[in-house]
Design a protein around this ligand. Structure first.
Ligand code: ATP
Ligand code: LTN
Length: 332
């Protein structure tokens, strides 16, 4: 499809896990071949929970270097830091006025995070989906590749876009979430029914993209498996093994069926070791490349400056249209 636009982002709020990689970044790689892509470091979203300022700044650059190390081409895609494009906050304000408090209170992530950060239920946390809608709508995105946990936010973005268009006339493209059939929800290694999360307190539950081979192999060895001894994909009956099969398939570049065949008749121990080694071997060159890019401050700074400039131009166009539609004076 010619001319379609893709938008996605990740918060630089912690150490990325293989869940983030499989559910989002990996999914972006094929898109840059076909579509005009915008990928952001969502640092404005990140501050809805407390962040250490120096760490936030460092993680923002690490995330940018990781995108590039994973194969996102900064020439072809627009890679930028959300806070460098002021239109995000400006559009979010306008969209706030067509979004209802009740809708935001019902968001699953808001409810989860309110529980987890009970001492810091700030307005930003509640407004998070509106800022995300602003991100997506500013670039008139057609597709939003994300993991399963973000579908509700893309749905509300669609509702907001449709509502705005109905009230003020055709303004925004109504985007669609692109969710992988397999890998949209990588489970925790300790509680496979729960999503693997960068903010899990148990370090054995998540494999971080920065983990070394020893740590990765060890975590997979300790991964919770199911009763029985068969290596078969059956998420309800065998959540642990099915999760490992999904991870293996994603990192080995195979389908889950191929992975099942490969390990048919083999034991859990041998299988877990193979998963660990495959993941570690795939991540090693990415880690080396990320480290190399991070050292080249001039290069990375240049990529982000160019990205911010390109994003700014696209965002300015949409925001000016929005301001015109709502009746904001924009000078003579
Ligand atoms: P946190 O645990 O701090 O809320 P997170 O690990 O969910 O963070 P995000 O920054 O919210 O990470 O997500 C970045 C992207 O990764 C999103 O597209 C999200 O859907 C995807 N993602 C996160 N965790 C997983 C997972 N376990 N499996 C698949 N995709 C995931
Ligand atoms: N909320 C997302 C990150 C995010 C995003 C976006 C994803 C911020 N803005 C726009 C897609 C489109 C997350 O934490 N997973």
């Amino acid at each position: 499809m010619e001319g379609k636009i893709v938008y996605s982002a990740i918060q630089p709020s912690g150490n990325l896990t293989i869940g983030n990689y499989v559910g989002s970044i990996r999914n972006w790689l094929a898109m840059q071949e076909e579509y005009e892509c915008f990928f952001a470091m969502a640092n404005m979203h990140a501050i809805t929970v407390r962040q250490e300022p120096a760490e936030l700044r460092r993680r923002t650059l690490e995330l940018a270097a990781l995108y590039i190390a994973c194969g996102i081409d900064p020439e072809r895609c627009t890679l930028y830091v959300q806070s460098q494009v002021p239109q995000h906050a400006e559009l979010a304000w306008v969209l706030n006025t067509v979004t209802y408090v009740g809708e935001m209170e019902r968001m699953t992530q808001f409810k989860d995070k309110s529980q987890k950060h009970a001492d810091n239920i700030n307005m930003g946390l509640m407004d998070y989906p509106v800022l995300m809608a602003a991100d997506i709508l500013l670039y008139q995105a057609d597709f939003v590749p994300v993991g399963q946990d973000q579908t509700q936010h893309v749905e509300i973005t669609r509702d907001i876009a449709i509502r705005f268009n109905n009230r003020f006339g055709e303004t925004f493209t109504v985007p669609k979430a692109l969710i992988l059939k397999q890998g949209a929800k990588i489970g925790s290694l300790q509680e496979p029914a729960k999503k693997m999360s960068k903010s899990d307190e148990n370090p054995n539950a998540s494999v971080y993209l920065t983990d070394d081979k020893d740590a990765i192999v060890r975590k997979f060895k300790r991964a919770v498996t199911d009763s029985g001894s068969e290596i078969r994909y059956a998420p309800d009956e065998k959540p642990g093994i099915s999760n490992l099969l999904t991870i293996y398939a994603a990192f080995a570049g195979k389908t889950v069926e191929e992975a099942e065949k490969e390990f048919a008749g083999k034991g859990y121990g041998e299988f877990k070791l193979a998963v660990g080694e495959t993941v570690a071997d795939k991540l090693a060159p990415v880690q080396a490349e990320q480290a190399r890019i991070l050292k080249d401050k001039g290069y990375l700074g240049g990529v982000l400056a160019l990205g911010a400039e390109r994003a700014f131009k696209a965002a300015r166009k949409t925001l000016s249209k929005v301001y015109r539609k709502v009746g904001f004076y924009q000078g003579e």
